[in-house]
Design a protein around this ligand. Structure first.
Ligand SMILES: Nc1ncnc2c1ncn2[C@@H]1O[C@H](COP(=O)(O)OP(=O)(O)OP(=O)(O)O)[C@@H](O)[C@H]1O
Ligand SMILES: [Mg+2]
Length: 450
């Protein structure tokens, strides 16, 4: 961290420097406005303390110069006498606070502590924001994705229901989130329910809630997820898997906008927007009578078709860069270069698992990378052949999934140990395992005679 003091009085510079240096800060000094401005043009300062009355001009000029270089620099101004006018002028120009001369040490300490608190907060917010933005941002500049973005922008603000259709891993959940965040419901909840994850009856009680004693085991009333989403968005993932009886009940809710929790005599008004997702051809299934057609039309006011990654290969390089950055930061690894052979290999991949598959490959390769170079490693070639492409690509005989996976597991364990010079705690960390888990897995191979 670096700070600048611009003041013509040596005594004052000395006191300010002493207080600043109570923290790990590099401090530079300037005696005149001109000297200050020269330094500002050469160097980026996190913080600055600037006297307003300088022999060759107004410190406000220095303040403006700093803000021009880095608008998040935190600047204090010093005024000789309490002239409110200059203080106001300084605050308008972006000063964080001001000190009036004469000042005592305690006063300076308090104000400077505030400055550093502010810098710390700014940093934290920036890091989190960058991580959140990158984690949730939908990457793509292909024509198909640009079209998708513009449709999302258009329809998000309205309450119309949206059905998102796309293969697994194409980003349906990300799109649902984007729709919620760009709607006027963003300050309320986005509640996600996976309709395939629970058997019908459980799903019903999760969605609609129940009152105490509604069924054996209902010891207390429970609010349903539909109600939890009140004034927000309800994301019904894999809606094609919803059992027929529940489809009827959902349709009734969509028509009446009221729910009655199981076993309850009362109806509750609920206002939700439905965003649903499916990876099956729901329209065709509805036409064939395999899904309620009336419900289909209710939920698909807009139908968004997400392109598969194969249909937008020109987005691959951008996605690779995006995920490399994301995982390098997450795992605190430095990746300086991507091996061209890696790019060739991903360009050739089938990506039946779409963006998720690409993301997983990069997560692994960021961990495995050596000397800052991201490569298409040997284990990658075998894992994408074995675990992620279509079954018809597999040899008919002599192929054991267990043997394959344990080979891969073992390679990872050994690699992690190698990277950490045999430190098991660090190796476990690297792989996202607890120490016990790591030791257990390692023992399996040791016992198997390796
Ligand atoms: N365009 C994209 N840009 C950046 N990340 C993406 C993109 N599309 C998908 N992802 C990432 O890929 C992963 C899979 O995306 P998501 O969960 O949204 O897919 P899905 O369509 O819901 O898949 P499934 O049908 O299997 O549930 C997520 O980690 C998501 O962040
Ligand atoms: Mg999903």
């Amino acid at each position: 961290m670096r700070a600048l003091i611009v003041d013509d009085e040596a005594n004052i510079r000395k006191v300010l420097r002493r207080v600043l240096e109570e923290r790990p800060v590099e401090v530079d000094e300037a005696e005149t406005l001109q000297e200050g401005i020269r330094m500002i043009e050469r160097q980026d300062y996190d913080a600055a303390i600037v006297d307003i009355r300088l022999p060759d001009g107004s410190g406000i000029e220095a303040l403006k110069a700093i803000k021009g270089v880095n608008s998040s620099s935190v600047v204090l101004v010093v005024t000789a006498f309490a002239s409110t006018e200059t203080a106001v002028e300084a605050m308008k120009a972006g000063a964080y606070d001001y000190l009036t001369k004469p000042f005592n040490l305690e006063e300076i300490r308090v104000v400077i502590r505030n400055v550093f608190d502010k810098i710390g907060l700014q940093d934290r917010v920036r890091t989190l924001q960058r991580y959140a933005d990158e984690y949730q941002s939908i990457v793509g500049k292909s024509e198909a994705m640009q079209r998708l973005f513009s449709i999302i922008e258009k329809i998000a603000p309205f309450d119309s229901n949206v059905l998102i259709v796309g293969e697994s891993g194409t980003g349906k959940e990300l799109v649902a989130q984007a729709i919620h965040e760009k709607s006027r419901r963003l300050n309320h909840s986005l509640v996600a329910v996976n309709c395939a994850s629970l058997p019908g009856e459980l799903l019903e009680s999760e969605l609609f809630g129940y009152s105490r004693g509604a069924f054996t085991g209902a010891y207390a009333a429970k609010k349903g997820l539909i109600e939890e989403a009140h004034r927000g968005t309800l994301f019904l993932d894999e809606i094609g898997e919803m059992p027929a009886s529940l489809q009827a009940k959902l349709l009734r809710f969509l028509e009446e906008k009221k729910i009655r929790p199981l076993g309850s005599g009362h109806e509750v008004d609920v206002d939700v927007r439905i965003v649903a997702a499916t990876n099956s051809l729901l329209r065709e299934r509805a036409a064939a009578g395999e899904f309620r057609e009336d419900l289909f039309y209710r939920i698909s006011t807009f139908e968004l078709q997400l392109p598969s990654l194969r249909e937008r290969r020109d987005d691959i390089p951008m996605l690779v860069e995006h995920f490399v950055k994301l995982f390098a930061r997450k795992f605190d690894r430095r990746i300086e270069r991507i091996d061209p052979a890696f790019m060739d290999a991903v360009q050739q991949s089938e990506f039946r698992g779409n963006v998720r598959e690409l993301k997983n490959i990069i997560e692994r390769e960021v961990i495995l990378a050596e000397n800052g170079v991201l490569r298409w490693s040997a284990s990658e070639a075998s894992s994408s052949r074995g675990a992620e492409s279509a079954p018809q690509d597999l040899p008919d005989a002599g192929f054991s999934l267990d043997a394959h996976l344990s080979g891969l597991e073992r390679a990872y364990l050994e690699h992690a140990l190698h990277k950490t010079q045999g430190n098991k705690t660090k190796a476990a960390d690297l792989l996202g395992l607890t120490f016990r888990e790591f030791r257990y897995r390692l023992a399996k191979y040791k016992n198997a005679g390796g």
